[in-house]
Design a protein around this ligand. Sequence first.
Ligand code: SAH
Length: 213
Amino acid sequence: MSFDAETKMQFLFTLRSKGVTDNRVLDAMERIDRGRFVQGYFADRAYEDMPLPIACGQTISQPSVVGLMTQALAVSPRDKVLEVGTGSGYQAAILALLARRVYTVDRHKRLVASARAVFDDLALTNITAFTADGSFGLQDQAPFDRIIVTAAAEDPPGPLLAQLKIGGIMVLPVGQSDAVQSLIRVTRHEGGFDYDELRPVRFVPLVEGLGKD
Ligand code: SAH
């Protein structure tokens, strides 16, 4: 299956019907072929609105959730963005079209290596991918205009809050179990943080330390 005109039309139609209305986000999702980030058995389903398995027992998120999170992040072309949870690299690739610079980290070096290969292939030169425990953020590159976390923690990790600029936005799933999680948006201002609850979601957990592979 390929991301041909008809498949794209259907893909964008589904995104819009699920509430992704920001034209810059839709445009970026039209330009990045999700099929490049899904390998093997499930490749045929890359254009369906569902999460799919990737290596290391992880998942590539559902396209409509990627769209809604990207929209909530309100990225501007000047922004420096941190993504925690590179996974397949799909979300980072979309952010790369919207932001000045994207740093993405995953605890599995195998995922980072395969995401890097796709970024190179697509000539997305403004993404830097690292193997690291993202719950500590990326102190060397902080502070960030935007932070997106694509794995669920019980609460927003303290180091990530600390690495968000004043005026910055962070979007992340939080929840105490796999079953009950909410997507939240944290906005930092001079006096502290505002929290908005956006919608229920289901993500793999944010896990401490590095993975075995
Ligand atoms: N954004 C990805 C989907 C991510 S799935 C995409 O577009 O495909 C969540 C990812 O978070 C997994 O790859 C998992 O390895 C990673 N992860 C979990 N805990 C982590 C941590 N503490 N630091 C960095 N990455 C983590």
